[in-house]
Design a protein around this ligand. Structure first.
Ligand code: ACO
Length: 479
């Protein structure tokens, strides 16, 4: 590959026929009649290869326009595989169903970070490392105590993880493998502690220190729920159910928050800063905040009788059916199936959450409705997870926090991959500029308000910066 990212492309002569079976894409530029042959690697063309397609030497060259990355791979990765049409999810090649049934969250975290399942000895070392980094500096407690009593725990988590970067200045040394591993251990270990502190702060309860005798999820339950007892014993059914939920949320390739972690990480700050950005992205209701939104929706529906009227409003575009639809899955989200199946075990211990009946009926009606089937909208992982979390007596504001604990392992695996990927550079997309063309500054005394504003540019033909001929919409490319 050349320095400008053009990977061995050729300008083909107009007559040359490319043999069928070649791993290339032939493009004909109808503006000039030129043909180009672009290499296909791993089912992709390199977007930089389009830049040679120009109308003249001063033309910037063709770019691809892809708001929201609908069809753009931003990296190569060896961590998580999703086949959205078939409803398949694998971590490092292992099907999510097998991991949920047979593994533990801590083992899955090792797998994501290191690429292979651990031997018994490797697992013991890993468990020891994670267990012995669960404590946070006492000043972090002070920091968290400063939040208002009704601060959203996601806001608290996001800010506190960002603050960790000031507690661990060695984390800036991202090109040291040893430092990277230390920060990875710290982050995975401390997330449950911070999350539990955020929860207890809202209730005005004292913070509970980690108990190293317990499992990762068992200790998290201890830090959430321990009251005056000498030793907290988590219910094994709840501990297992939470562990499975953590496994299901551990990674999901290039989703919104992972993309945020990678974009921030590409400018090479410490990982705490990058993960804080991931938490911010996860917070939104279209991503990790959806499970909280699902509960609000189910509560607003109130009873099964109101479902048809609600579905009607969704179809008329007034509401979204929260917990349905996914950018990648155009089939049942395999995680949703596992969450749904684990609900009964939790209800047996904690009592049935009546919202499950509304959810089940909502799913049944939606999946029989042409609106949803035509758009291939199925339940995603968030449709049932909130109902289970609520049955565990967790408030809705905590649901996305739980997601963040689990996803920290995926974020860190992706960050580690990014930092060691020689093809990655600072993430910096292009844009198609549709604003005003160059104009002279007008002193404030001579501005007449609206009249000074330029005509909208859409539809006008103007030159693009660089002298090429504009597209039908006026456009300038900002390098
Ligand atoms: N309810 C009703 N209609 C929907 C829904 C929904 N939940 N999701 C998508 N649609 C419709 C859209 O209106 C659109 O219809 P149109 O073709 O008539 O315009 C069509 O389905 C395609 O939807 P897009 O918005 O283009 O799909 P996109 O891939 O951009 O969005 C997303 C995916 C954000 C997940 C979307 O389905 C959504 O908003 N779902 C609800 C929020 C949610 O559950 N988010 C959690 C996702 S999983 C996670 O992050 C862990």
């Amino acid at each position: 590959m050349t320095a400008n990212g053009i990977a061995g492309t050729t300008k083909a002569s107009s007559e040359a026929a490319t043999p069928v079976g070649s791993e290339t894409l032939t493009v004909v530029d109808n503006r000039t009649g030129e043909r180009y042959e672009l290499p296909i690697t791993n089912g992709t063309i390199h977007a930089s290869d389009l830049r040679q397609i120009k109308t003249g030497s001063a033309d910037f060259g063709i770019m691809s326009y892809d708001p929201a990355f609908m069809n753009t791979a931003s990296c190569t990765s060896r961590i998580t595989y999703i086949d959205g049409d078939a409803g398949i999810l694998e971590y490092r090649g292992y099907p999510i169903e097998q991991l949920a049934e047979k593994s533990t969250f801590l083992e899955v975290a090792y797998l994501l970070i290191n690429g292979e399942l651990p031997s018994r000895e490797q697992f013991e070392t890993w468990r020891y490392q994670i267990t012995h980094h669960t404590m946070v500096h006492e000043n972090i407690k002070g920091f968290m105590s400063g939040f208002h009593h009704d601060a959203h725990p996601m806001g608290m988590l996001m800010s506190t993880v960002a603050a960790l970067s000031t507690f661990y200045p060695d984390a800036h040394n991202i090109f040291s493998a040893e430092s990277r591993m230390l920060q990875t251990n710290r982050l995975i270990a401390k997330m449950p502690t911070l999350a539990a502190y955020a929860y207890r702060h809202a209730l005005g309860l004292p913070f509970v220190y980690p108990d190293n005798d317990l499992s990762y999820t068992g200790n998290f339950l201890n830090m959430l729920f321990k009251m005056s007892e000498m030793k907290y014993q988590p219910d094994p059914v709840i501990e297992k159910a939470l562990d499975v939920l953590f496994i299901l949320h551990a990674d999901h390739e290039q989703n919104c928050s992972t993309n945020a972690v990678r974009a921030i990480g590409s400018s090479q700050p410490d990982p705490y800063s990058a993960i804080a950005g991931g938490i911010a992205a996860l917070y939104g209701p279209l991503h990790g905040g959806a499970n909280e939104a699902v509960l609000n929706m189910l509560r607003a529906i109130g009873s099964k009788n109101n479902i048809p009227a609600f579905i009607k409003r969704v179809k008329e575009g007034e509401n979204l059916l929260m917990g349905f639809g996914h950018r990648v899955y155009k089939n049942y989200d395999p995680r949703a199936r596992i969450v749904k199946a684990s609900a009964d075990a939790v209800f047996d211990v904690m009592g049935r959450n009546p919202l499950i009946d509304i959810a089940l009926e909502l799913e049944r009606i939606a999946l029989e409705d042409d609106y949803f089937t035509r758009r291939r909208l199925y339940p995603n992982v968030d449709f049932y997870s909130g109902i289970i979390y609520e049955a565990m007596r967790l408030p809705a504001e905590m649901f996305t926090v739980l997601f963040a604990i689990a996803r920290t392992t995926g974020w860190m695996a992706q960050w580690l991959e990014l930092v060691q990927d020689s093809e990655q550079k600072i993430a910096r997309p292009r844009q198609v500029y549709l604003g005003p063309t160059r104009r002279d500054y007008v002193p404030i005394t001579r501005r007449r308000g609206k009249a000074d504003r330029p005509e909208p540019m859409a539809g006008r033909r103007v030159s693009r910066r660089g002298g090429g001929i504009g597209t039908q919409e006026a456009a300038r490319v900002t390098p």
